[in-house]
Design a protein around this ligand. Sequence first.
Ligand code: FES
Length: 509
Amino acid sequence: MHKKSEQEAYWRLTAKLPDHPPLSESRETDVVVVGGGIAGITTAYLLCQKGVRVTVVEASEIVSGTTGHTTAKITAQHGAIYDELLHHFGLEGARSFYEKNQQAIDWIRNTVSQKQWECDFETQDAWIYADSEATIQQLEKEQHAYDKLDIPYKHASKLPFDIHCDGALIMPNQAQFHPTRYISAMVEEIVEMGGKLHEQTKAVDIQEGQEIQVTMENGHVLTCQHVVVASHFPFYDGMGLYFAKMKPERSYLMAGHWKEKDPGGMYISIDQTVRSIRFFSMDGSRGILVGGEPHSTGQGEPTDHHFDVLQKFTSTHLGKVDFTYRWSSQDYTTLDKLPYIGAISNRHPRILVATGFRKWGMTQGTMAAHLISERILGTSTPSSDLFDPSRFHADPALKKVISINSDVVKHFVKSKLEIPVITLKQLPLGAGAHVNWNGQQIGAYKDESGNVHAVDTTCTHLGCSVNWNSSEKSWDCPCHGSRFTIKGEILEGPAMKPLEVIKTDGCEG
Ligand code: FES
């Protein structure tokens, strides 16, 4: 069972979805959707509208994953991406990516309006801005790509606040919303249409014969014709080698009340540190959301540092904000930055996957739901091949990423052999670290009362050594992004087994 992280997002704390019971029997259905985020729930919604029998299973709670921890922007802008897409996929591919995302925005806008879902939906312009010599060149290339692709835009030379700006590109008529309220309204309709949802129901295996069987951790089996794996990192690999072709990153978000005039717009810098700023409806007034500081999972500075940097950035450039919410999020980037949407591998055409949305899951997840439901309904168009997860057969980039992954594995397995200098006895209250316990390296967290929670730091996915995340009090794997609680329970995949618990029995070594 997946557990909640210690820090929770504004979206999760300000909307409550009804509980859905765990699966308590084996049965037949047409389609099993694994994962209760925006991609899975929207797929279920679209299929239920066509009379398909759908069962959604979620290992934790609906919207407990990345959908509940997003910046909640609905946009086709996705940072400065179109120049790169133009080079990799040509005019047709890059244009198709833009159109599919724009269609997803329009679909959300129309659905919310027609159904009158109360989810704080607002139309906003999306801005990318350059703040240095290096990024202005990137911005110019991006503008050139917009011209070639006929993407509507405006240019600006400054931002409406005190941040250095060498130029900005504005994509008009994009949007933002409250993702949990949006999903809550959608789930209500799924239930009305006869769809079934089961929380605390972890899928652990898929067997494909004439029919497909999805087995849950509690032993119950769903028999179906199609499976949609929308579990963020695919819980089932199907020989698709997803761990080797996606890179996990964590990033940070803070939200608080905004007392100044709201200038409107959603802003993101195109430098490596990434600063994302936007304003939103917060508890009946306006709020500000500031995010950024992406880094590879399990690597880099202690996580508190990233919040400190964002706080300092805000007070320097935007004024004093009392951030009452802060949280982090994990996202996966694919080799070519396009998501993987389609058959999980060529061997399994009825097992479909939707993953690798980078940080743009609200739009790409909705786009994925349309492409996958069309495929199941037999109404796909050839443009969906652009996102085929098996598109890298002859691409040298795949070799590169496998080699990067091997280096990471070697490095961290090696680090396991180094005995830490700090002993369990020396570990302060409220802290976690790799410690020396009786000459052996273990991972330990000592709570404020002095109770020790110790684990074997060998990641149960492929054996890398997990690192302590001081802000979220978790053990994070630097290789493929698995995360574990202080008790070793899984927070994020691809690991399917918890870390081994070590009983120290009061002995501090
Ligand atoms: Fe792959 Fe840890 S070794 S996630």
